[in-house]
Design a protein around this ligand. Structure first.
Ligand SMILES: [Zn+2]
Ligand SMILES: [Zn+2]
Length: 164
């Protein structure tokens, strides 16, 4: 994880404050993932995740406190070993990206989410009240498996429509 001297665009931390991270850029849109792994690891209805470029992500304190769990082959979910906060995930399938858990953010972020993913796996007690699209599997805008993502980068110039 590289460390940039530039001012971070976002900061994030765990519950106990032992692990602190900086995030130069949030790319892609927030996805609410109701899959079994996100439910179990968060202890809640869903995970709220966004993609950030791995070269713009750094653990600035508490690296030694981090532990990870390989929830599926090649995918590691990192958490603080003191307070248990889920912080980010990395996968061999998308080496250029870090999937940040939005609950860890300390800086303002108010982008609308891109939809509900893996609704086929959602808990029965979880009633979705917003009007956002519900996908039985992965949210199409969630491009974490095809790094780098190309959706709604706030710092990129507007995209041209695809040819054809
Ligand atoms: Zn902690
Ligand atoms: Zn998930």
């Amino acid at each position: 994880m590289s460390l940039s001297p530039a001012m971070p665009a976002h900061t994030a931390s765990c519950l106990c404050g032992g692990v602190r991270m900086h995030v130069s850029e949030i790319r892609g849109r927030r996805v609410l993932c109701h899959c079994r792994s996100c439910r179990k690891s968060s202890g809640s209805a869903y995970g709220a995740n966004v993609s950030v470029p791995a070269d713009g992500f750094g653990v600035v304190a508490g690296d030694a406190l981090l532990r990870s769990y390989e929830s599926s082959p090649g995918k590691h979910r990192f958490f603080c070993s003191v307070c248990g906060s889920q912080l980010f995930a990395r996968s061999a399938r998308w080496p250029g990206l870090v999937r940040l858990r939005l609950g860890a953010l300390d800086t303002p972020y108010a982008e609308p989410h891109a939809g509900h993913g893996f609704v086929a796996d959602k808990a029965a007690w979880d009633v979705i009240h917003d009007g956002a699209t519900q996908y039985p599997g992965r949210v199409p805008e969630d491009r974490s498996d095809t790094a780098p993502p190309s959706v709604d980068c706030t710092t990129c110039p507007p995209k041209r429509p695809a040819a054809g």
